[in-house]
Design a binder for this molecule. Structure first.
Ligand code: MRU
Length: 359
């Protein structure tokens, strides 16, 4: 049952994004026409989720090329914009990966002395391929991953790793969608995911759209749930996976993994190869984004704590590989020891066809 949500789309007038800041109250869209506009949309989380910001970044390079048309420094302008886009958020490696695909395409165009018009065409084709490939990989992950979901399972997930966070369909929620298509008795617990409440605002909305039963829980409830035997399996997404399997994901994921280990609940990560960072041997080197204080001190614009308090707001944490039962990818399920299987499945950076990606 593929979801029809399309969080990022390229149109002749600009890049149309589902505005993820207004959900679930309102399904609205923003049309982005400039590099600066795309950087702002990524930073303010109008578009968010590791694969989705990668796709948005790739389309941002197309916008940069459209903007630079007619400039005597066309190629330099596009490279400069690509660098700025890659820096928009630091943790999800998918953003850097997608920009890398785009600059590799630009390098090839420049070496062939192509015209600006032809370059825009090539960049557009590459960005559209990144989007199509992401959806195909999510669907492949769903097929591989559904075997870890027992009949009638109650699944806990954290943050939003769904269609909204990707090109469409989702990673963790893609596995859940595929499992639900076979077994409509499964159900989901969605962690609220403070401070930005992606679980409450986005995951519950997305699953409800597809008629998948979902129960909202707050982040502190996972030990209560698991000690009561109410969770059969945990499935989450990822923002960056080091060579040894250490996984950065939304803040609070590490806590869920520790609790799952304590209560013997299997803990799975679902992610495409664009989330793997083979340059980092362990999770220690993963850069963690710190976000503005007001995400913590306010809810819907209302202050929820005393004035003058200190605030600590890392947006991601790193779950050690030894807490992870398996990593669901578009090529199969990697099991410990992750270094071996991830290395074997690793794809070189550069354009990869959908067929190759899911072969
Ligand atoms: O800050 P966000 O909302 O961009 O963080 C998103 C997450 O942590 C997701 O779990 C992750 O990107 C996987 S999305 C398929």
């Amino acid at each position: 049952m593929p979801t029809r949500l399309q969080p990022v789309q390229l149109t002749p007038t600009g890049v149309v994004l589902i505005d993820q800041t207004t959900l679930p109250a309102r399904l609205s869209h923003q049309t982005i026409t400039t590099t600066a506009g795309m950087i702002e949309a990524i930073q303010t989380m109008v578009v968010r989720g590791a694969p989705a910001i990668g796709i948005a970044g790739a389309f941002g390079v197309v916008l940069a090329a459209r903007q630079a048309l007619g400039s005597p420094t066309f190629v330099g302008d596009v490279y400069a914009a690509a660098d700025q886009l890659a820096d928009a958020r630091p943790t999800a490696v998918n953003l850097m990966w997608a920009i890398n695909q785009m600059t590799t395409c630009l390098d090839a165009c420049v070496s062939q002395d192509q015209t600006p018009q032809a370059i825009i065409q090539q960049l557009t084709t590459t960005a559209q391929a990144i989007l199509a490939q992401d959806i195909a990989m999510n669907q492949a992950m769903g097929q591989y991953g559904k075997v870890v979901v027992p009949v009638g399972a109650r699944i806990l997930t954290h943050c939003n790793a769904g269609a909204l966070a990707t090109g469409g369909y989702g990673t963790a929620l893609g596995v859940i969608r595929a499992a639900f298509a076979d077994d409509p008795t499964i159900s989901v617990f969605a962690d609220e995911t403070r401070p930005r409440q992606q679980g409450a605002r986005l995951t519950t909305w997305e699953l409800a759209q597809d008629g998948i039963p979902v129960t909202l829980v707050s982040d502190g409830m996972c030990a209560s749930l698991m000690s009561s035997g109410l969770v059969d399996v945990v499935i989450v997404g990822a923002d960056r996976i080091a060579a040894n399997g250490d996984t950065a994901n939304k803040i609070g994921t590490h806590t869920v993994a520790l609790v799952a280990k304590a209560f013997g609940v299997p803990f799975y990560v679902a992610a495409p190869y664009s989330t793997f960072d083979p340059t980092l041997p362990t999770g220690e080197g993963i850069p963690i984004e710190f976000r503005p204080d007001d995400e913590m001190t306010t809810i819907n614009g209302e202050r929820i704590c005393a004035n003058g308090v200190g605030v600590y707001n890392p947006s991601f944490d790193v779950t050690p590989a030894q807490l992870i039962t398996g990593i669901i990818t578009e090529k199969g399920i990697a099991r410990p020891n992750y270094g071996d299987s991830l290395n074997q499945w690793r794809r070189p950076y550069g354009p990869v066809s959908i067929k190759q990606a899911i072969a």
